[in-house]
Write a new protein. Structure first.
Length: 383
C-alpha cells in the first residue's frame, strides 16, 4: 500500500483537518483478536462471534462521512479506517486478488511493486489453493503463510519499502453474506529506498534505486524506516451478490531516528490510493477472466532470464523516450545509469517479472504500455 510520511502535498494537508472518531470498543477488541490469529498458537480459536463486531461495523449505515475513523493507540502506531465498494462479486475478487497464480501487484499496481508467497500452509512450492465458494454459514477456510512485498514509491517522499509479511486469509459466511479477511503483520523493519514516479501516478510508471533515503530536496540524507505495519482488509458480500464492500483497517509506524512521522490522514490517503488502483483493474471492462490472466502471468513466470533481460533492456530505452522531460532523464548520470547494463544486471528475476506483468496489465486494460507484451506472449504461445 502506498504510504505517506511527509505532509507535503496540498491534498494531504487538507485531509489533516478532517474530524476524527475512534472506532467503537467492540470493534477494537475484535481487531485485536483477529491480529492475534496470526500467532499459530491461536489458529484453533477462530470463532465468528469474535469476528462479528467488525462485519457489523462494515455493514453499518450509521457511520458519519466525511470523517476519519481510527482505532485506539496500539503497537506504537497510528491507525486509520477507510471503506469503499467494488463492482465485482466476492468469488471473482477471490479468484483475481487472492490466489498464488495472479500476483497482488496486478490488482494494486499503484500501491504494490511486487508481491509473492514464500510459502503457505507449510508448503514452499507447489500449486495454489482453491476457495470453497460458496461456503456454509459459520464454516471457515484459511490460508496462512509468509509473503514478500515491495511498495511503489509514496507520492510525498518518493520512497519505497521491501519486507516480509505474515499473512492470514479467512473465508466464511455470516448472516447469509460471504465475508473474507486478509490480515497481515510486517515481520521486520524495512529501510526506505529512493525511487521515481514518471508521469501521472495512474500511469504506473516507476523507477527504483538500491539507495537508502528520501527522494526530496533537502531530505536526501534521511534514511526512513517502516518500523511496523499491521493491516486487516475485510470484504463483505452485498445482497445483489455482484457488489462487495471493502473495508481496510491499517496501523503504521514509520519515520526516522525511531520517531513515528506518520499521521492518521497519511494512512487514509494511502488506502485511498490502493482503492483507486484496485478499482481501475477490477472494474475495467477489458479485464479478462482470471484463468486467462493467470495463464499470461504463468508464461511470463517461465520466461528464460536472458529473454527477460532483453525485454527489460528495451523497456528502459523506451521509458527514456516516453519521458524525456522528467528530471531523472535530464540528469545524464541518472539517465545513463537506468539505461545501463549495470542496472539491468542488478535487477532480480522477481523485479523483472514485475515489470513485464505490469506492462501486460496495461496492455489488456487498454492503457498505454511502454513495451508490447502481447507480442512476447504470442511468441511464447507459438513456440
Amino acid at each position: 500500500m502506498g504510504l505517506f510520511f511527509f505532509p507535503l502535498t496540498p491534498q494531504s494537508m487538507a485531509n489533516s483537518n478532517q474530524k476524527e472518531i475512534r472506532l467503537p470498543e467492540p470493534v477494537t477488541e475484535s481487531l485485536q483478536y483477529i491480529l492475534g490469529l496470526l500467532d499459530t498458537e491461536h489458529e484453533n480459536k477462530l470463532t465468528m462471534t469474535r469476528l462479528a463486531p467488525i462485519i457489523d461495523f462494515v455493514n453499518s449505515q450509521d457511520k458519519t462521512w466525511p470523517v476519519l475513523y481510527y482505532a485506539k493507540d496500539n503497537f506504537d502506531a497510528q491507525s486509520a479506517y477507510h471503506e469503499f465498494s467494488i463492482d465485482q462479486g466476492i468469488e471473482s475478487i477471490l479468484k483475481y486478488a487472492y490466489t498464488r497464480e495472479i500476483p497482488s501487484q496486478a490488482l494494486t499496481p499503484s500501491s504494490i511493486r511486487l508481491s509473492y508467497w514464500k510459502h503457505f500452509n507449510g508448503v514452499d512450492h507447489g500449486d495454489s489453493w482453491s476457495w470453497n465458494y460458496p461456503i456454509s454459514e459459520g464454516h471457515f477456510q484459511t490460508v496462512r503463510g509468509v509473503q514478500h512485498e515491495a511498495t511503489t514509491p509514496d507520492v510525498s517522499s518518493w520512497t519505497y519499502y521491501s519486507y516480509d509479511l505474515d499473512r492470514l486469509l479467512i473465508l466464511s459466511r455470516y448472516k447469509n453474506q460471504h465475508v473474507f479477511f486478509s490480515i497481515s503483520i510486517q515481520k521486520d523493519k524495512a529501510p526506505g529506498k529512493k525511487a521515481f514516479a514518471l508521469g501521472d501516478d495512474n500511469d504506473w510508471d516507476y523507477l527504483y534505486t538500491r539507495e537508502n533515503g528520501v527522494n526530496k530536496a533537502g531530505l536526501g540524507w534521511v534514511t526512513p524506516y517502516m518500523y511496523s505495519s499491521f493491516s486487516i482488509a475485510v470484504y463483505v458480500e452485498q445482497p445483489d451478490k455482484n457488489l462487495v464492500k471493502c473495508a481496510m483497517f491499517k496501523w503504521l509506524n514509520a519515520g526516522a531516528a525511531n520517531i513515528n512521522m506518520v499521521r492518521k490522514h497519511h494512512i487514509q490517503d494511502g488506502i485511498k490510493r490502493f482503492e483507486t488502483g484496485i478499482k481501475m483493474v477490477l472494474e475495467n471492462p477489458h479485464l479478462p477472466k482470471p484463468e486467462e490472466l493467470a495463464e499470461a502471468f504463468s508464461q511470463i513466470e517461465n520466461l528464460p532470464i536472458e529473454d527477460m533481460k532483453a525485454e527489460i533492456d528495451i523497456y528502459f530505452q523506451e521509458l527514456k523516450k516516453r519521458y524525456p522531460q522528467e528530471d531523472i532523464f535530464k540528469n545524464k548520470k541518472l539517465a545513463d545509469f537506468f539505461t545501463s547494463k549495470d542496472y539491468l544486471d542488478e535487477l532480480t528475476p522477481e523485479e523483472m517479472k514485475s515489470i513485464l506483468n505490469l506492462e501486460y496489465l496495461k496492455t489488456i486494460l487498454k492503457k498505454d504500455p511502454i513495451i508490447p507484451i502481447n507480442r512476447l506472449l504470442s511468441q511464447l504461445t507459438d513456440s
